[in-house]
Design a binder for this molecule. Structure first.
Ligand SMILES: Cc1cc2nc3c(=O)[nH]c(=O)nc-3n(C[C@H](O)[C@H](O)[C@H](O)COP(=O)(O)OP(=O)(O)OC[C@H]3O[C@@H](n4cnc5c(N)ncnc54)[C@H](O)[C@@H]3O)c2cc1C
Length: 486
């Protein structure tokens, strides 16, 4: 890789085209599979300034800003980084994003900001994601991060679910002076940031540092509390909360409904990832202990969760790790970057293959997977070509561990226990896109529990919009009931 000293700064758009691309640095595969630490190596100042100077500053509206679900002002941030004004760039990201240190690490940039970068047409896009990580990490290391707050307005909002949607809603409400309490089934906050996304993509330290920012700004967390079972949304109103945001995600693992799915050694993805990645100190007792894996692991599925399970298996010491997917690589929903990293680390892929039975060995544990070959037919409702089994093509693969990474469903309990809260057929909550308002006055919702499984950044955007919706709702309520001054 070519390095150029930081004095070399671009002057005009044409010169910017000649600045060399500063590729992502990752730890070597042989080293990174030995631990669960983050794999990407951050830019240093010289490389950050050079990479930022590759931005050619498209006229408004810049495609990268439009592609970003929270609409970060990326071109201005690039300009500030190029000038070495890292703290100003970090402050700019914090105006539009509630967790830039997290989104910059886990966003599928190739589908969002970087995917829309005009430099993509001829060469590599500007690495806007890594530059965002660089400046917000720089800010935390040099100045520290705090959530700007106003004097408390005396109004209380409950947030159900402390994932990225709930935390972002909390961050915005705290800034407006509300008292915010988050309730969650898990012992610690973070949702899938803590109990899902593996440490090698997102260190838990980054998540907890952001939570501590919110805690210092006054956020309260009540863990181990299952809303719908331990208490209901009506109970929260009775306790004096004036509005409730529901950000409970969509975290119920889908099942295959094939023989042998319940055999010992066949794991659901979430349990597998939690056991592999989360410190037992913040786990309920039934989820403590690493997964019991053997040498041959088969992961079923084609999304990001499947990549996470493959890469976690390699880190747990498996010798042969194979992803089985019923379509081809072209139809895989998971990101290319994660698949590339998984392959470098040793994962194998078997396409057009569908498990039809999980077979036990003499000890009663999983020993093999019976599969059938598939071929692609006409596109289905998702627009992807439908996989069709090839008759008589059955074969078996040896496996001492199987992980099912098949997708997620919402938990219907909040919908079922909250009168007046309308849900769709599959349990997703009906909510206004702009405000998060649901059909039950005072109850707002956003994130995966409204859209179905999506992204961290879309949950962040929804949480922020709902905070605005809640603020407007409580202000309007105050106009009719002046005793509720906001
Ligand atoms: C393994 C995995 C890897 C992923 N990788 C990425 C990635 O790399 N990049 C990316 O952008 N996205 C990724 N995603 C998707 C992303 O994590 C989600 O879209 C995002 O976390 C959704 O945020 P949320 O706040 O809506 O819900 P969640 O993060 O699911 O948080 C919901 C919270 O609500 C709590 N809860 C649920 N029910 C109740 C209840 N009844 N009472 C109280 N609390 C409740 C849960 O315990 C949880 O803490 C991944 C998802 C998974 C599963």
């Amino acid at each position: 890789m070519q390095f150029i000293p930081s004095e070399f700064l671009a002057i005009n758009r044409k010169e910017r085209l000649y600045i060399p691309f500063q590729d992502l640095d990752v730890r070597p595969a042989f080293e990174r599979v030995c631990d669960f630490d983050e794999v990407l190596i951050s830019f240093d100042e010289d490389r950050a300034r050079l990479e930022a100077a590759r931005c050619i500053h498209c006229p408004d509206p810049a495609p990268c800003v439009q592609a970003c679900p929270v609409h970060n002002d990326i071109p201005s941030a690039m300009w500030l980084i190029e000038e070495g004004r890292y703290l100003d760039a970090a402050a700019l990201y914090r105006q539009t994003s509630s967790m830039p240190e997290i989104c910059s690490r886990v966003c599928p940039h190739e589908q969002l900001c970087q995917g829309s970068c005009v430099r993509n047409k001829e060469e590599e896009p500007v690495l806007t994601g890594m530059l965002e990580t660089f400046v917000v990490d720089y800010e935390r290391a040099t100045k520290g991060v705090s959530v700007p707050t106003q004097p408390k307005n005396g109004h209380r909002v409950a947030i159900v679910g402390a994932g990225p949607a709930g935390l972002s809603c909390a961050e915005q409400l705290l800034q407006k002076g509300y008292e915010v309490t988050l309730f969650d089934t898990k012992p610690s906050p973070g949702g899938l940031l803590t109990y899902g996304i593996p440490n090698f993509k997102l260190s838990k330290e980054v998540v907890f540092a952001r939570w501590e920012d919110l805690e210092r700004a006054g956020a309260k967390f009540v863990g181990n509390t299952y809303i719908g079972k331990d208490k209901t949304i009506d109970d929260l109103f009775a306790e004096g909360f004036e509005a409730v945001f529901v950000g409970v995600g969509a975290e119920i693992d889908a099942s295959m409904k094939v023989e042998g799915e319940d055999l010992p050694g066949v794991y659901k993805a979430t349990e597998y990832l939690i056991r592999a990645n989360v410190d037992p100190a913040i786990l309920p007792s039934e989820l403590q202990g690493k997964p019991q894996i053997g040498e041959k692991v088969v992961v079923v599925g084609g999304g990001d969760t499947a990549s996470d399970c493959l890469r976690s298996s390699l880190r747990l010491g498996a010798k042969e790790v194979t992803c089985v997917y019923r379509r081809t690589e072209n139809e895989m929903p998971g990101g290319r970057k994660d698949r590339k990293l998984a392959r470098e680390e040793g994962a194998k892929y078997m396409f057009l293959t569908q498990p039809v039975r999980f077979i036990a060995g003499e000890d009663g544990r999983i020993a093999a997977v019976e599969c059938v070959r598939m071929e692609l037919g006409e596109p289905d409702s998702s627009g992807r070509r439908r996989p069709i089994p090839v008759e008589g093509s059955n074969f078996t693969i040896e496996a001492d561990t199987v992980v099912l990474a098949l997708g997620y469903w919402p938990d219907e309990i909040v919908g079922k226990t909250t009168p007046g809260l309308e849900t769709h057929k599959w349990g997703l909550i009906v909510a206004d896109e702009a405000t998060g308002a649901t059909t039950r006055p005072g109850v707002f919702a956003g994130g995966d529990d409204v859209t179905g499984p999506n992204l961290v950044v879309t949950a962040v955007a929804a949480g922020r919009r709902a905070a605005q919706g809640i603020d407007e709702y409580l202000r309007n309520k105050q106009k009719t009931q002046p005793s509720l001054a906001v």
